[in-house]
Each structure stands twice: as structure tokens, then as C-alpha cells.
Design a protein around this ligand. Structure first.
Ligand code: B12
Length: 361
């Protein structure tokens, strides 16, 4: 989508992207909002051009700069505080687009939908971006924000007689919660469109859970325009109905044994790295937290039966550690401890065995 030849809408957003990045990096909200307003174009004449410009600024300017912010944190180039400040500024930038384009919104609504983050999900900005693009495309959107308890999501969808529920999730460990939300909404008769990085490459986990999936807001708009079918014979499904491998109970058993698994792995790590015996309480708590994180991802990989998910997590964790000068191999004793403790669980052992290689290279 472009603003058309007669407008001052920039043909490439490369330069505004760089300027917005520098403003976020400097925690300079005023400058960031000025960049966004400038990129919307000064002499756009039609409502359609304004809507197109708004969408492009949301998706091709604010979103990629926000992703760059995450990459900079992962690479240890910016602090957690800078990342938080940058996100707050991005939210303000989205609000600036909303203000500037509100007069151009279509007069009639294409229908009413709910956009919400899965229970436990704090990444609200992606869902906000999706909501604003859908509004620009004529949908009436009830945006419920972060961390929406499933029963309240369903109740709201019922209350407004939503045409569809759009669910956003960024972190894979919330896939069991996402599954519950999907099957509860479908069980109440609402079509569900899932999106966000948690649902895996090309939305493979959304499809496992029998939800529609879109990679971005325009994709969701296309699905909505096709009038997604209401789920037939509404009834809440037990998780095994979509994921028959759960019948082996390995997921449930790993979750139930989590405390003991972490405790033993921590002891084994201390055995492998004698220097960790002199860790203070804070350092010990962080190590336990890291191991707990590994077990949570392992359980999630079991839930969707995907060793890829666990491999991606270890690759991500290795990158985070390496950027902070910690050799990724230091995770191996924890993995080996878990493999030893879980050797009688074939799926779990297989996932640990397959994924271990990414830490050895
Ligand atoms: C900002 C941020 C936060 C903020 C969120 C605040 C907010 N208001 O949103 C806070 C501080 C809360 C946070 C917390 C955490 N975060 Co964080 N966060 C980010 C960051 C930097 C940006 C997220 C974002 O806005 N992305 C920009 C949008 C535009 O991109 P997007 O998500 O891909 O969304 C687009 C599409 O996917 C799609 N889409 C998204 N949702 C939907 C829904 C539908 C229906 C459709 C159709 C499409 C769609 O459209 C969007 C727009 O184009 C990312 C880095 C990154 N690369 O994204 C990390 C990131 C997602 N976070 C991460 C982590 C680890 C965490 C924490 C676990 C950290 C911790 N130890 O506590 C917690 C988890 C909290 C939780 N339970 O949710 C990791 C996840 C890694 C992983 N493998 O799971 C990332 C990738 C950081 C990194 N580089 O390592 N985070």
C-alpha cells in the first residue's frame, strides 16, 4: 500500500526507520512522535490515502523498529530499561498514528471483532498494531490488551456477539494457555484467528490447535473478509482431541515433577562447576530460574510434540548468553542432568538428545 504519486508520503521508509531508531535509542519520545507524524505525510488529500499511510507507518516503520529494539537487547547493546522506555515510546507512536488518522476511518463498520493477548501474555504492542490496522480497514475492534483471562475473553466475545476472536501470543511457553483460549472460544461458537511468534513458523502450532492463522494484520483482514466459518458443533475440546500424543502423559509428568527436576539439575550443575558453590543467594536464584526456564520450554515442546521448539529456545538462549560473555556450553550440565532424570520418558529424552547439539558447536 502506498500513499499515491500526488502525496508527500515517503516512497521508502528506510530513512524514517533509522531516525525513529535513533529517537528510541535516545529515549526521546518527542522526537520519535515527530518522525512518525512526518512519515504520515503532510499533504495527503483523501481518506483512503490517509488510511494507507497509517497502515504503512504502523507496519513498516513502528513494527520493524520495535523488532530492532528487541534484537539490540538480545545482543546486549541496550539495557532492559532502554528496551522498556523504547516500547513505551512505540506505544506513544501508535497513539500518534491513531490520532492523525481518526478522521479518515470508514463511516460504516465491516463487523466487530475482539483482539486479545492470551492469558499470561504481556506483549501487548503486537496485538495493538493488529487492532489499529483492522480499524483502518473498517473493522470495529474491541482491543482487550495484555494477559486476558480466557473466561473473560469468551464472556466479552459473547456480550458483543463478535464475528471472530483474534488471539496474539509472543512466547511459546504460553501455547497450552493459547490452546485453552482457542478451544474455549471455538467451543462458544467463535471463529479464532491466531497470530504472533509463539504460534511457530507459518503458524504451525495454531494449525495443530485447529485455529486459523495469519502472519500479519493484512493477512487477518483477508481471512475476516472471507467470513471465517463458525466452528461446527460447538463444544470445548479436551487438549488430547487435537494433540493425541498427550495421551502418553509425558507433558503432565514433566510439569508435575518440575520442582524436583530443577532442584536436582541445580545440584548437578554445582557439581560440574565447583565455582558455583561460592555463588551468593542472588546468583543461585538466577541459575535456578534459568533451569526452570529450560524445563518450562521442554514441557511446551512436549505439549506440541516439537523438538524444533526446544532447539529454537536453546539457540535463542545460547545467543543471549554468548552476547553477555557466557559460553553457551554452560547449559550442557543442566540438559544432561534432565536427560538422566527423564531417561524413561522416550519423547522427552528424544527432544533433549536432538537439541543438545546446538550447544556443542
Ligand atoms: C517489548 C517486549 C517486551 C515487553 C512487552 C510490553 C508491551 N507493551 O508489549 C515486556 C517487558 C513486558 C516483555 C516481557 C517479556 N519478554 Co519480551 N519482548 C519485547 C520485544 C522487544 C518487542 C515485542 C514487540 O512489540 N514486537 C514487535 C511486533 C511488531 O512484532 P511481532 O511480535 O512479530 O508482531 C507482528 C506479527 O507477529 C503479527 N502478530 C502479532 N500478534 C498477532 C495476532 C494476530 C491475530 C495476527 C493476525 C498477527 C499478529 O503482527 C505484528 C505486527 O506486524 C520482543 C522482541 C521482538 N523481536 O519482538 C521481546 C521478546 C518477544 N520478549 C522475550 C522474552 C523472553 C520476554 C520475557 C520472558 C522476559 C522475562 N525474562 O521476563 C517476558 C515475557 C512476559 C510474558 N509472559 O509475556 C523474547 C521471546 C523469546 C522467545 N523465544 O520466546 C523476545 C523475542 C526478546 C528477545 N529478542 O529475545 N517483553
Amino acid at each position: 500500500m502506498t500513499g499515491g504519486a500526488d502525496s508527500s508520503f515517503p516512497s521508502s521508509l528506510a530513512e524514517p526507520r533509522e531516525r525513529l531508531w535513533r529517537a528510541l535509542h535516545a529515549c526521546d519520545e518527542t522526537r520519535a512522535v515527530a518522525v512518525v507524524r512526518g512519515a504520515l505525510g503532510a499533504d495527503i488529500s483523501t481518506a483512503e490515502q490517509m488510511r494507507a499511510a497509517g497502515e504503512r507507518v504502523l507496519l513498516d516503520l513502528i513494527a520493524p523498529v520495535q523488532i530492532r529494539l528487541g534484537a539490540a537487547w538480545a545482543a546486549n547493546d541496550i539495557t532492559v530499561a532502554q528496551e522498556h522506555a523504547g516500547t513505551a515510546i512505540s506505544e506513544r507512536c501508535v497513539a500518534a498514528v491513531v490520532d492523525s488518522t481518526s478522521s479518515a476511518l470508514p463511516g460504516t463498520s465491516a463487523g466487530r471483532v475482539v483482539v486479545a493477548c492470551v492469558d499470561g501474555e504481556w506483549h501487548a504492542l503486537p496485538a495493538r498494531l493488529v487492532s489499529e490496522v483492522l480499524r483502518l480497514r473498517g473493522w470495529r475492534v474491541d482491543y482487550l490488551g495484555a494477559h486476558v483471562p480466557t473466561e473473560h475473553l469468551v464472556a466479552h466475545a459473547r456480550y458483543i456477539r463478535a464475528q471472530a476472536v483474534l488471539l496474539s501470543s509472543s512466547v511459546e511457553v504460553l501455547l497450552p494457555a493459547a490452546h485453552n483460549a482457542i478451544s474455549s472460544c471455538q467451543g462458544a461458537g467463535f471463529p479464532v484467528i491466531a497470530g504472533g511468534p509463539a504460534f511457530g513458523p507459518q503458524g504451525r502450532y495454531a494449525r495443530l490447535m485447529r485455529a486459523e492463522w495469519a502472519g500479519d494484520a493484512p493477512g487477518a483482514a483477508a481471512l475476516l473478509a472471507g467470513n471465517p466459518r463458525r466452528p461446527g458443533a460447538p463444544a470445548v475440546r479436551p487438549p488430547e482431541a487435537d494433540l493425541p500424543h498427550l495421551g502418553d502423559e509425558e507433558y503432565t509428568m514433566v510439569l508435575q515433577a518440575r520442582r524436583q527436576l530443577v532442584k536436582q539439575a541445580l545440584a548437578d550443575v554445582q557439581e560440574s562447576f565447583p565455582e558455583t558453590r561460592w555463588y551468593n543467594r542472588y546468583q543461585n536464584e538466577r541459575t535456578a530460574e534459568d533451569i526452570n526456564h529450560i524445563v518450562t520450554y521442554l514441557a511446551t515442546a512436549l505439549y506440541v510434540d516439537s523438538s524444533d521448539l526446544f532447539t529454537r529456545f536453546l539457540t535463542w538462549a545460547a545467543g543471549i548468553l554468548a552476547a553477555r560473555g557466557v559460553p553457551p556450553r554452560c547449559l550442557l550440565p543442566a540438559l544432561d542432568s534432565l536427560a538422566g532424570q527423564l531417561k524413561d520418558f522416550p519423547r522427552t529424552f528424544g527432544i533433549l538428545h536432538t537439541s543438545r547439539g546446538v550447544l556443542e558447536s
